[in-house]
Design a protein around this ligand. Structure first.
Ligand code: SF4
Length: 660
């Protein structure tokens, strides 16, 4: 309530007037110090006492935008801020140009967000994408001198690069030519109607195979999720089935479903397209999760910079209510399941699922210590399913087509008689130095090469591949060729495959194929482009290669061509974590700043190499401290960008690369 009201006030004025804060406290009966506590935490809330400018242009400073020159655009002396200062003096009205964390349009970098208050009715901000420096300078001049704002680069107008010829399968309605009539929800309701005593929950002590058999018999559509092997697509890759099962097993009563549409990780923008162009899949996924787990309400939590997506989702929810798919009486069953959009107050940390719940409960968005898990003590301390947007958006497909249909859609290793491979499909966002940056739906396990080089997807690298950030900034930068430990002889490789086989014969076969193809005897490095895009494969690869820094796979890939100064990029990634640390854990709050300092010292001492040796030891020490003490993943990954560059790109640490 407070967070949402603050967001409305911020959207209306472009800042939070003191008077409105006092009024809000009075109206809601919440002490003013609590309102202040929240309003002073989120970077997107601007307090009146900071003397905000009526005209503000925020330029994204992260990853793809940094690669496209955001650093120069934001240079205080030679960039847009200097122009803004000059115009402020000339016009007598304050104009501000400042940096901002990723705006989620990395495929059209550089990106800027502009406001000039009072804004036209119903317009919260203008987003400008893929603009040259001259165009951005003109934008600053126009807004500063009272000219009409140029047309914004709306997401809806933009035709994003997606699969060139193969159809996107996630939208089962479009594929089948069905009207968007929420037939997956109807299918579940029809099933419920066949149960005279309603859904029976499993006894508390049931586990293992017996539990699986119980679910299959009593809740077959939930069992489809398990058959599909659907994993969370927000990062951690937790099985969706397990979360739904855990919440369903909790005693009946207040329970919730929350879709995590915060998507603030730089380089990641796939959910943007789902929420904008396929909102029915997400709304239906939320309703399915709600009905199948016995939840009482659903929320779609969306980052506030996704203005059009918020609008589309609200429209879709209204349409779903109108046809009876959600709301007070779902398809005349007498059961209520309202769905609403929660507009994020803003900030990367809100994407951490427990921090997101904190924001929804009107607190500072700081991650919780777990356990207890959200499946037992989530929103309002009630059992809660929190799933990524894409995870939920796949569930209508799975319910309507069955889980095995999804599971068999992964990539399989080539070769006659070979059956080993991966399950399912998923979306990746790709930006940086590729010919067609965009959002691609691919079979899980497809090798990087196919995604990056095929005309079906990215169409190739702009130049020669130097590095890929395989998980936004979290995984740092992996080189085009991963070094092979010379001690990893054939015997050790065979032992590693045998260990994988203990868990999964299929995974062992895939790894065996990979070793034979990319690690023949005498080879000293591995071709990164040969690596399959699968979370489990990455985990197995880490245990096989014993890389100096663990390789990670996320939904956002940023590609860097030869000539890129990867040390400079890594410092940029590190600054992102420093800027977005919520400050709850002191080692993360201080350590992330210390990492930025080390990165800048490395950049500054390249000519002499004076900092290089000591820096590696310092980063190692900070890594140890952060991994031991961080409550959430941010602290865990903050050192990785510098660690990868120091491990894999010693030449860039020693000397600025030619052409950079
Ligand atoms: S690790 Fe960092 S971001 Fe995460 S809770 Fe601690 S201080 Fe906050």
């Amino acid at each position: 309530m407070i967070v949402q009201r603050l967001r409305e006030i911020q959207n209306r004025h472009g800042f939070l007037p003191d008077k409105d804060l006092r009024e809000l406290a009075r109206e809601t009966g919440v002490p003013l110090y609590r309102v202040e506590e929240i309003s002073s935490f989120f970077p997107a809330f601007v307090l009146e006492r900071t003397n905000p400018a009526p005209t503000v242009i925020r330029v994204c400073r992260d990853m793809a935008c940094h690669l496209r020159g955001a650093g120069e655009l934001l240079d205080p002396k030679k960039g847009l801020p200097a122009l803004a200062d000059k115009l402020s003096q000339e016009t007598g009205k304050k104009v501000c140009v400042e940096g901002v964390s990723c705006l989620g349009r990395c495929d059209r970098a550089p990106v800027a967000w502009a406001e000039r208050h009072p804004m036209p009715e119903h317009v919260h901000a203008w987003v400008y994408a893929n603009k040259s420096r001259a165009e951005l300078e003109q934008l600053v001049r126009t807004l500063a001198t009272g000219g009409a704002a140029p047309p914004a680069d709306d997401d809806a107008k933009y035709v994003p690069h997606m699969n060139a010829t193969t159809p996107v399968e996630i939208d089962v309605y479009a594929r089948e030519g069905w009207p968007r009539d929420y037939r997956a929800v109807k299918k579940f309701i029809d099933f419920l109607a066949t149960l005279p005593r309603g859904l029976q929950r499993p006894p508390r002590d049931l586990g293992g195979r017996e539990l699986d058999a119980f679910v299959k018999e009593n809740h077959p559509l939930l069992a489809e999720l398990k058959a599909a092997g659907l994993l969370g697509m927000g990062g951690a890759g937790a099985p969706a089935y397990q979360k739904w099962l855990d919440v369903w097993r909790e005693p009946p009563g207040e329970k919730y479903v929350v879709s995590n549409g915060d998507e603030s990780e730089p380089g990641t923008f796939k959910d943007r397209e789902i929420m904008l162009r396929m909102p029915h899949l997400l709304v239906e996924g939320v309703i399915l999760a709600g009905l199948m787990t016995g939840a009482t309400a659903g929320y779609i939590y969306v980052r506030h910079e996704y203005l059009e997506q918020i609008h589309e989702l609200r429209e879709e929810i209204a349409r779903a209510e109108q046809i009876g798919a959600c709301g007070a009486n779902v398809f005349n069953t007498g059961r209520a399941f309202p769905v609403e959009v929660f507009e994020s107050p803003g900030g990367y940390i809100c994407g951490e699922q427990s921090a997101l719940i904190e924001a929804m409960e009107d607190r500072r968005s700081q991650p919780r210590n777990r356990p207890p898990e959200l499946t037992t003590n989530g929103l309002r301390d009630k059992p809660t399913v929190v799933n990524n947007v894409e995870t939920l958006a796949w569930t209508p497909f799975i319910v309507l087509r069955e889980g095995t249909q999804y599971a068999t859609r992964g990539w399989h290793v080539p070769g006659e008689g070979k059956t080993a491979g991966f399950g399912g499909r998923r979306l990746f966002s790709v930006s940086g130095d590729v010919k067609r940056p965009g959002v691609y739906e691919v079979p899980i396990g497809l090798p990087f090469r196919d995604l990056i080089e095929s005309p079906e997807y990215c169409g190739g690298v702009l130049g020669k591949l130097k590095a890929i950030a395989t998980s936004g900034p979290s995984g740092g930068l992996l080189p085009a060729r991963l070094p092979l430990d010379p001690k990893l002889d054939e015997k050790k490789r065979a032992e590693a495959v045998a260990r994988i086989a203990e868990r999964s014969k299929n995974d062992a076969e895939v790894m065996d194929w990979f070793i034979k193809t990319y690690m023949p005897p005498g080879e000293t490095s591995v071709d990164l482009l040969g690596v399959p895009l699968d979370l489990n494969f990455f985990r197995n690869l880490n245990s096989l290669l014993r890389l100096p820094v663990e390789a990670m796979l996320g939904a956002g890939l940023v590609v860097y061509a030869e000539g890129t100064d990867v040390l400079d990029q890594a410092v940029n990634f590190t600054e992102f974590y420093r800027n977005e640390s919520c400050g709850k854990c002191i080692p993360c709050r201080l350590g992330s700043q210390k990492l930025v300092q080390i990165g800048n010292e490395l950049l500054g001492s390249r000519a002499t190499g004076a900092r290089a040796d000591g820096a590696a030891a310092d980063v190692k020490e900070i890594t140890k401290a952060l991994q031991l003490t961080s409550i959430c993943g941010l602290g865990y990954v903050a050192p990785i960008p510098l660690a990868t560059v120091m491990s894999y790109f010693p030449d860039d640490v020693a000397k600025k690369p030619n052409g950079a």
